[in-house]
Design a protein around this ligand. Structure first.
Ligand SMILES: Cc1ncc(COP(=O)(O)O)c(C=O)c1O
Length: 587
């Protein structure tokens, strides 16, 4: 059984070490929700009874999963399975005699640690196995998670050389264009969806807030850290999404992690879209509730899941995103509301990528679907995107927000949002309300760019008219290579590959802003096509011959050229005036 599980793991998780230690847990090998569902399905078929993905992830190690499955199959110490396991252990240098001794010793240790329970220095180490001598648990490069990341970086360097496409230092405002090492790039790595970061009014109000309240509120909101602008922003956000009240957190990640982790607990149930953001998954873990993913945007599957599971749990929360961050597709909000009502569940919608973006006025997916916004119990959003700031919020009824304001650890035990950040978000919220054209321009840009990609034969997935447009390339190598070619031609867009997205669906993700010009979007789509054709024609490693730097690079576009020309004319006028003045004085 151990061999079977390891072979399934190797099929579904990339870049694993050649020797898999069965005493490691699934999460040690970076098993994500997609892979665990596939492995659980294959195992269920193999053993003839259902094993769920959640169950699989709960096992302490591959070995304990195998032992439990064998036990459920009715296996005993003489069964074939056990013999095979012994063979496997011997092959991997794990001697069963030693294991027996270890286990006896562990039992003794367990008794001993019970006795020490009340002692301040009692050991809390897991008592079943001795891990302390296993190198993979104390030599940092050998720790499986660390090793996996090293392999991921190796792949990247092998494909693109030393110019790794992450953590590049850029200069200026993160907008439709960006400066990297003094060169202009058309930029698709920015959350600045409405161009409000860099807007003079937003900057000025943030500066005024610093001047009046300082750079920090220097305290928790609860005790001395609340300023009038906090309440003003909370009211503005609540009114924008159509909720009674809202509560600010210092980050969007924190808003999810803390709220879900705190609001839900055992024996509650969380059902969440399988593509949910990491902050939601962390919140699920913190909650200790039973958390089960449902297939992406599949409301019928969610219904089936709840038919089976809902009755055994107290509270039940359905979690989905307004617009999904890797695919840019929109959730089926009316469908989710129907299911929520049918199963008496609480609905949580993460609007990180939909607030300020979806709906004619940018009020989010509630406006887009024209639903009754009170049908969503928790509206979550971030301030780091359309609001040109940093922070997060939860909006809902007065009773929900009062409860969170009084008890949520991420709110109470964290300093309040800093004045500049609150000021920037507040000014942005006002501008979004007044300047509807920004949202409309964003929609037009998204539609135009998606069409350009499709016309050139690319797969832009099911992205809507929001700010996230993926271009699904396929293999990690081709994706990394294409992003590198784009960079060399003056287009900055980030590549994503397994495990961030499903194997074989590696992609370049474009964040579209209202500030992108059609000229920039067209140049990008053309360069994508040219470079991808070249990549497909030539073998990997052929980079020198086909170096993209020799082809036409982005020089700054008409917008920049107009600015440059105006600047040049201005300098010319000033110089001419000085010369004329000097001539007049001298003669
Ligand atoms: C769907 C989703 N939720 C939450 C977050 C976290 O937000 P923040 O980066 O503002 O902390 C992100 C981040 O991009 C996100 O994509």
């Amino acid at each position: 059984m151990i061999n079977k599980i390891i072979s399934l793991l190797k099929q579904h998780v990339s870049d694993l070490p050649s020797q898999i230690n069965p005493d490691f847990s699934f999460s040690d090998f970076g098993l994500d929700s997609n892979a665990s569902i596939s492995i659980a399905a294959a195992l269920s078929q193999y053993v003839g009874f259902e094993i769920s993905a959640i169950e699989l992830q709960k096992y302490e190690s591959i070995r304990s999963a195998a032992e439990e499955i064998v036990r459920k199959m009715g296996g005993n110490s003489n069964s074939d399975e056990k013999i095979k396991e012994k063979e496997f252990n011997d092959e991997n240098g794990s001697n069963s005699e030693n294991e027996g001794k270890k286990q006896k010793k562990d039992k003794k240790d367990k008794k001993k640690s019970k006795k020490q329970k009340n002692s301040q220095f009692s050991s809390s180490a897991p008592s079943k196995r001795v891990y302390s001598t296993v190198e993979e648990y104390y030599i940092i490069p050998k720790i499986p998670e660390v090793h996996k990341e090293t392999k991921r970086m190796d792949l990247m360097k092998r494909v693109v050389g030393s110019d790794v496409p992450y953590l590049r230092i850029s200069d200026g405002v993160n907008d439709d264009q960006i400066i990297i090492e003094s060169k202009p790039y058309i930029n698709y790595t920015s959350y600045n969806y409405l161009g409000l970061s860099g807007d003079k009014r937003v900057t000025r109000f943030a500066q005024q807030c610093i001047a009046r309240f300082g750079t920090s509120v220097s305290s928790s909101r609860v005790v001395g850290g609340t300023r009038i602008i906090h309440y003003q922003l909370e009211r503005a956000l609540a009114s924008m999404v159509g909720a009674e009240d809202a509560l600010l957190y210092v980050g969007g990640f924190m808003a999810n992690e803390s709220t879900i982790g705190h609001f839900m607990k055992e024996p509650d149930l969380i059902v969440y879209d399988i593509l949910a953001h990491s902050s939601i998954v962390q919140g699920n873990r913190n909650s200790h509730a039973t958390a089960i993913p449902f297939p992406h945007n599949d409301v019928a599957a969610l219904d089936q899941l709840l038919i089976k599971q809902r009755k055994y749990h107290k509270k039940c929360m359905i979690i989905a995103e307004g617009v999904y961050s890797m695919d840019g597709d929109v959730c089926d909000l009316p469908g989710l509301i129907e299911i929520k009502k049918k199963h008496k569940a609480i609905l949580f919608i993460d609007e990180a990528h939909s607030i300020g973006v979806m709906g004619d006025h940018g009020r989010g997916v509630g406006e887009y679907f024209k639903i009754n916004t009170k049908d969503v119990d928790l509206w979550m959003g971030t301030l780091s995107k359309s609001f040109a700031s940093c922070g997060g919020y939860i909006a809902g009824t007065h009773s929900l927000i009062d409860f969170l304001r009084g008890t949520s650890p991420g709110f109470i035990y964290s300093a309040g949002m800093p004045p500049a950040q609150v000021g920037a978000a507040l000014a942005s919220a006002m501008i979004i309300k007044k300047e509807q054209w920004r949202v409309q321009k964003l929609h037009k840009n998204a539609e135009y760019f998606k069409d350009l990609l499709i016309e050139r034969g690319f797969n832009a997935g099911n992205s809507g008219l929001g700010s996230v447009i993926p271009c699904i390339i396929g293999t990690s190598e081709n994706t990394l290579r294409l992003a590198d070619h784009l960079h060399k031609r003056g287009v900055e867009a980030s590549p994503y590959y397994a495990p961030a997205v499903e194997e074989g669906k590696a992609r370049i993700r474009f964040f579209i802003s209202s500030t992108h010009t059609f000229e920039e979007l067209k140049f990008t789509a053309d360069v994508m096509k040219e470079e991808f054709d070249i990549i497909l024609k030539h073998k990997l490693g052929d980079n020198q011959v086909k170096d993209p730097s020799y082809r036409k690079r982005w020089k700054g576009g008409a917008k920049k050229q107009v600015v440059d020309t105006v600047a040049k004319i201005g300098v010319g006028i000033v110089l001419a005036s000085i010369i004329l003045f000097l001539i007049w004085v001298l003669y």
